[in-house]
Design a binder for this molecule. Structure first.
Ligand code: GKR
Ligand code: MG
Length: 428
């Protein structure tokens, strides 16, 4: 079986004005939907974070991909690496999200190949990753400090008729009480049983108060996580980390770099997690040498695909690291791939991050995924178990063309509400 066609469709999905260390989310999150079609007309799909650079790179990859076998993803990796060069550590960037090129491209192509192979052989992707270690995958609530509004066409406005989580998604949340209300609305709608707060946006004292308020509201049985995305100094992370001892399941990227994380880890008695300092296989020797974290957040978009993420799981069990999963704003193709992966890796025992509650649109047939007690079952059917809704895809592509965004820039969005605001890699 050979790949005959590569289709690359950039889309924009509405995203609320969420605050983070890099500024503010734009009214749309950019994603790219990739489709590979085999000579016999079977199609495999995937989704990755979008930018004009990634779109151009994927378009140019057609000359490498067309004619390849979807079974031979190792060969595909080699061909892409020799055509585009290996990613370097600093290409990741200082922002909360990863900006490496090759891992994104390969993830897009590998996931679509696995979907295609699954559809051709009538097996779910989880079987191609070693088979299921669990049938249901638990996800975590993902809270954000935010401004009023739900993103997309609504922009900063509100719908007075909205209630439940629809209202929670629109409401401003800049205080501990607001964050508790957001958590309650999200957990009620999705049934999540773990709660993560995105930090690094406001003064650490406010974010620590949010965690205290969440503990008071939810009690000790609901695991809490805080993620300042590495904009706290080592001293700040230690000072506030001490206050957070006994309150957090894990403390995610409290400080920058493996050395900074190791220094915090020595002084603070909370497991440290990362999706910023140990983000690729080339970082693993440093992680072992320095002991920079207790838990690594896998992400198939960043670790170079689903199979590479399974290999990361093996590393974690060998070197006594816990394994969790990172997320960015995304739609259902990514969610399906994350669910297959999390179901296949036995030691991925933490509830998985997802930004999904913040989105309201879908690109897959059947519409939005329904969570049951915070969990998703492995999507049924061959491959990823999802099909492209071509009408929805066309609409979201239209949205992409209209919104004029070409890459993610949370600093520029933030400057729209706070002129002069600038990202600082260490802010507090
Ligand atoms: O979307 O604001 C965001 C997040 O901060 C995201 O960019 C991060 O990559 O969710 C992420 C994280 O866990 O660091
Ligand atoms: Mg993180």
């Amino acid at each position: 079986m050979k790949i005959r066609e590569l289709n690359v469709t950039p889309i924009a999905i509405s995203d609320p004005p969420l605050r983070n260390a890099a500024g503010l989310h734009a009214p749309y999150a950019l994603r790219i939907v990739v489709e590979l079609v085999s000579e016999d007309g079977i199609s495999g799909i995937s989704e990755i974070p979008g930018s004009e650079d990634t779109r151009q790179a994927l378009l140019s990859a057609a000359e490498v991909v067309v004619g390849c076998s979807p079974y031979e993803t190792t060969r595909l990796w080699e061909a892409l690496e020799s055509r585009y060069g290996a990613d370097s550590g600093d290409q990741r960037g200082t922002q909360p999200w990863d900006q490496r090129k090759l891992v994104h491209m390969f993830s897009a192509l590998e996931v679509a190949c696995l979907d295609l192979v699954g559809k051709a052989t009538d097996r779910p992707v989880v079987d191609l990753l070693g088979g299921r270690a669990r049938d249901r995958v638990p996800f975590s609530a993902y809270l954000f400090l935010k401004h009023e509004g739900a993103g997309g066409e609504l922009e900063f406005g509100t719908d007075p008729a909205a209630s439940g989580w629809a209202a929670g998604r629109q409401a401003e949340a800049l205080t501990p009480d607001d964050i508790v209300a957001q958590a309650q609305a999200m957990c009620e709608a999705f049934g999540f049983q773990s709660v993560k707060l995105k930090g690094g946006a406001l003064d650490p004292s406010i974010e620590v108060d949010c965690i205290r308020a969440l503990r008071d509201a939810f009690g000790p049985d609901v695991p809490l996580r805080l993620d300042p995305n590495a904009v706290w100094s080592v001293e700040t992370a230690i000072r506030w980390g001490k206050e957070l001892e006994g309150l957090l399941e894990y403390f995610e990227d409290p400080a920058r770099g493996q050395e900074g994380m190791a220094a915090v880890r020595e002084k603070v008695d909370i497991p440290l997690a990362t999706n910023m300092c140990t983000t690729g296989f080339e970082d693993l020797p440093g992680s072992v040498r320095l002991g920079s974290e207790d838990i690594i957040l896998a992400d198939h978009h960043y670790w170079g695909g689903l199979r590479a993420s399974v290999e990361l799981g093996r590393f974690c069990s060998t070197f006594d690291r816990g394994l969790s999963m990172h997320s960015n704003s995304h739609a259902g193709i990514s969610l399906a791939a994350m669910t297959h992966l999390a179901a296949a890796v036995p030691n991925l025992t933490y509830a998985v991050d997802t930004h999904y509650p913040w989105q309201s649109e879908e690109v897959v047939v059947g519409g939005r995924f329904e969570f049951d007690e915070g969990c998703l079952a492995i999507p049924e059917g061959p491959g990823l178990g999802v099909e492209l809704d071509r009408q929805a895809l066309a609409k979201q592509h239209e949205q992409y063309l209209k919104c004029g965004l070409t890459h993610r820039d949370d600093e520029i969005e933030m400057q729209k509400i706070e002129p002069g605001w600038a990202f600082q890699s260490t802010r507090w």
